[in-house]
Design a protein around this ligand. Structure first.
Ligand SMILES: Nc1ncnc2c1ncn2[C@@H]1O[C@H](COP(=O)(O)OP(=O)(O)OP(=O)(O)O)[C@@H](O)[C@H]1O
Ligand SMILES: [Mg+2]
Length: 301
């Protein structure tokens, strides 16, 4: 866990690093199941929104190994949500493609679970029916999908709340339902856009711990957008720093801490402060640049 392990990659972001941290998450690989797990490739993605002359994203390349947790961090408006929506299949890129386990993956699919900042729960559905929504769309029978929903609600600590409506549970609990709903389709890849951004600090820290545990135990490939350096450092195997206008990968940082992780343990590691400073120095320059540049034509649509 020395600071020497924290390496910065070039702007292409492409990596040949084994996706698994030493001593961790290697059980599946040893069983030969690793190929099922969801290696994600973002291949030369560019995006220009209709009516705009300037690309929002340009030349984004990123390989995420099966079971790897990668965070995207960058100034507001640099295209993180746009990229996540493209990977989710909710938005077409202007150029480039997305591959899952080597196959094109530009459509929404049950292999990709998505969690956004706003919970987007159906207010008229109980917790269990919200969680079972994906399997329901897939035509899974009611007893079977409810069993799946119960299992994932238990995983996010919501056993006993199956019959509650969204209005009867807290914000943190709603977001846990959102995570359970994404997990209930049993995806290979979890795509999360600032999922804890609207929560209070304590709930956020609690859910970060839960997410670290779940993505590790389920061996989920995760692409996670955040504005928090500490959140990214706690959760990630690698952190991708994006710059704006056009949105692009500035650098990719390896996070050297082993798993399972505890917030307090990694924060007291000397390499934590050093890596955090390097991230901040890079972001600070980018934030200053974003603040002084004119918005350009791509905004306001
Ligand atoms: N539907 C759209 N039509 C046109 N332009 C858009 C659209 N959605 C986003 N944009 C523009 O694309 C750029 C990137 O937006 P995006 O939401 O991807 O940024 P972001 O990095 O997620 O920002 P934030 O950190 O504030 O969430 C912005 O300049 C935004 O104005
Ligand atoms: Mg966004």
């Amino acid at each position: 866990m020395s600071s020497r392990d924290a390496t910065v990659r070039g702007a292409t972001g492409a990596s040949t690093r084994p996706p698994l941290a030493p001593g961790d998450r290697d059980v599946d690989a040893s069983r030969g199941r690793d190929s099922e797990r969801g290696a994600l490739s973002i291949v030369n993605i560019a995006k220009t929104y209709g009516g705009s002359a300037r690309p929002v994203l340009d030349g984004i390349r990123l390989d995420i190994g099966a079971g790897e947790f990668v965070s995207l961090i960058g100034p507001s408006g640099c295209g993180k949500t746009t990229l996540l929506r493209i990977v989710a299949g909710l938005l077409r890129p202007s150029e480039g493609t997305v591959e899952l386990d080597g196959r094109p993956s530009l459509e929404p699919s049950r292999e990709k679970g998505v969690v956004f900042q706003h919970f987007n729960l159906f207010p008229w559905r109980k917790t269990i029916a919200n969680t079972a929504y994906g399997p329901e769309l897939q035509g899974v029978s009611r007893p079977e999908r409810e069993e799946t929903a119960r299992r994932f609600l238990a995983m996010v600590g919501l056993s006993g709340y199956e019959e509650h409506y969204p209005a009867q549970i807290s914000g943190g609990m709603k977001q846990r339902v959102g995570i359970a709903r994404a997990l209930a389709i049993e995806p290979k890849v979890l795509l999360m856009d600032e999922p804890f951004g609207a929560l209070d600090a304590l709930t956020r820290e609690y859910l970060q711990r839960e997410l670290e545990r779940i993505t590790r135990s389920e061996r989920l490939t995760t692409l996670f957008v955040t504005h928090s350096l500490d959140e990214a450092l706690f959760l990630s195997d690698r952190i991708v720093v994006m710059g704006a206008r056009p949105g692009r990968v500035l650098a990719v940082f390896d996070v050297p801490f082993g798993r399972p992780r505890a917030q307090n343990d990694i924060r007291s590691d000397p390499s934590y402060a050093e890596l955090r400073k390097r991230l901040w120095d890079l972001l600070e320059g980018e934030l200053a640049r974003a603040a002084t540049e004119a918005p350009g034509q791509e905004t306001g649509a």
